[in-house]
Design a binder for this molecule. Structure first.
Ligand code: PAP
Length: 345
C-alpha cells in the first residue's frame, strides 16, 4: 500500500472487479431489476436504481474502501446526478485546485474534463484485471450519499454536490440517451412515458429527490464536509461560486491572484461556449466511456424543458417535486415569472 500526498494518487490497492466475479454475480441475481425508458437494465442497489453495468464496479469500490479504511486519507468527491453539470463542475474544480500551477491548469485546454477528474466506476473499469487500482485524491461519483463507502462518510473527505432543476436534468438525459443510441434494439418511449418513469424514480441513480435530499441533509448537518450547489446558482454568479468552492476546499485565491483576474479567467475557460469549442472536445474521435466528448456539451442552458414539455405537465411536476422535497428547505424555481402564469394553448 502506497500513500502519496499529492493530487495524483493516494490510494493503491491490489484487486480489481475481475477478481471476484462469482460472488458479485450471485449478488446481482438477488437484486430487484427493472428497465429504464431507454430499455437499459437497472438494478436496485443500496436503495437506488443503479445502471446494471455499474453495480459490480461499485460493489468492488465499497469492498476496497472497507478493507483499506485505515489507509484512507481525505478525498475530494464531486457528486452529481447524471446530466446535472458534472462536466462543468469537473472543469471548475480542476482549475480551482490547480490555480497555482499554470502547467497543470492548462491541461483543461487539451483534455476533456472527464479525463482529468474521473468517476469512481470508470476508475474500476479502466483497471486491468489483477493489477493495482489507483485511486486519485479527487474523483467524481453519481452515487447517493447513503451509498458512499462508509469510510468516506467517516473521514474528513470533502464532498461537493451539484444538482439541477430536475426537469432540465431530465431533458438533458433524454437527449444524451437518444444521441448516443443507448436504447439499442428498443423503441425509445415517448417523452411523456419517460417523464412518468422519472417521476416514479426509475432512472439511473434515482429517485432523484432522494439523491438530492441525501446530500442536502448531509450539507445541513456538516457544511464543512458537504457543499451543496445548484447549477442555476452557479450560472447566475459563477465568479462568486468559484470563490466559494475554493474557500470550501481550503485553497482560496490570494488578493493578488484576484486582482490579476485569475477567477475571471477560470470562469471564462470553464464556460460552456469555451469548453464546447475547444479542439479536444470537438474531436469526433474523442470518447469517454464510449460517449463522444461533444455529447457532454449540448446547450448548457437553464429552462430548456420548456422547449419540450407542456406547461401543464411541468406544473404537475412542480407540485410533485414540492411534495417530495417537503419542508426540507430545498427548493427549485422551475418556472420563469412569465411561465408561472402561462397555460397551454
Ligand atoms: P454527465 O453526468 O454525463 O457527466 P453532465 O456534465 O452532468 O453529464 O451534464 C451535461 C449537461 O451539462 C448538458 O446540459 P444540456 O443537455 O442541458 O445542454 C451540458 O450542455 C451541460 N454543460 C456541459 N458543460 C457545461 C458548462 N461548462 N457550463 C454549463 N453547462 C454545461
Amino acid at each position: 500500500m502506497k500513500k502519496v500526498e499529492n493530487l495524483e494518487t493516494i490510494f493503491i490497492a491490489t484487486t480489481s472487479i475481475d477478481d471476484q466475479p462469482k460472488v458479485e454475480e450471485e449478488l446481482l441475481e438477488k437484486l430487484t431489476q427493472t428497465k429504464n425508458w431507454d430499455g437499459r437494465l437497472l438494478h436496485k442497489y443500496k436503495g437506488f436504481w443503479c445502471p446494471t453495468r455499474l453495480v459490480l464496479p461499485l460493489v468492488s469500490i465499497e469492498k476496497q474502501f472497507q478493507s483499506d479504511y485505515e489507509n484512507i486519507i481525505d478525498f475530494i468527491i464531486l457528486a452529481t446526478l447524471p446530466k446535472s453539470g458534472t462536466t462543468w463542475l469537473k472543469a471548475l474544480i480542476f482549475s480551482i485546485i490547480n490555480h497555482h500551477d499554470h502547467h497543470q491548469k492548462s491541461q483543461l485546454l487539451t483534455s476533456n474534463p472527464h479525463e482529468l477528474i474521473r468517476f469512481d466506476f470508470d476508475i474500476m473499469y479502466k483497471t486491468p484485471p489483477q493489477s493495482s487500482i489507483i485511486f486519485p485524491k479527487i474523483f467524481a461519483t453519481h452515487s447517493p450519499y447513503d451509498a458512499l463507502p462508509s469510510s468516506i462518510q467517516q473521514s474528513h473527505s470533502k464532498i461537493i454536490y451539484l444538482c439541477r432543476n430536475p426537469l432540465d436534468q431530465f431533458i438533458s438525459t433524454r437527449f444524451f440517451v437518444l444521441e448516443n443510441n443507448f436504447e439499442g434494439e428498443n423503441e425509445p418511449s415517448t417523452i411523456e412515458e419517460a417523464l412518468e418513469m422519472f417521476i416514479k424514480g426509475i432512472h439511473p441513480f434515482g429517485p432523484f429527490w432522494k439523491h438530492m435530499l441525501g446530500y442536502w441533509y448531509a450539507s445541513l448537518k456538516d457544511p464543512k464536509k458537504v457543499l451543496f450547489l445548484k447549477y442555476e446558482d452557479i450560472k447566475g454568479d459563477t465568479l462568486l461560486y468559484v470563490k466559494k468552492i475554493a474557500e470550501f476546499l481550503g485553497c482560496s485565491f490570494s488578493k493578488e491572484e484576484e486582482e490579476n483576474g485569475m477567477i475571471e479567467d477560470i470562469v471564462r475557460i470553464c464556460s460552456f461556449e469555451y469548453l464546447k469549442n475547444l479542439e479536444v472536445n470537438k474531436d469526433p474521435s474523442g470518447e469517454f466511456m464510449n460517449v463522444k466528448y461533444s455529447s457532454f456539451f449540448r446547450k448548457g442552458q437553464m429552462g430548456d424543458w420548456a422547449n419540450h414539455l407542456t406547461i401543464s405537465l411541468a406544473k404537475s411536476f412542480d407540485e410533485f417535486l414540492k411534495e417530495k422535497l417537503g419542508d426540507s428547505g430545498l427548493t427549485f424555481e422551475i418556472f420563469t415569472s412569465t411561465q408561472e402564469h402561462a397555460h397551454d394553448d
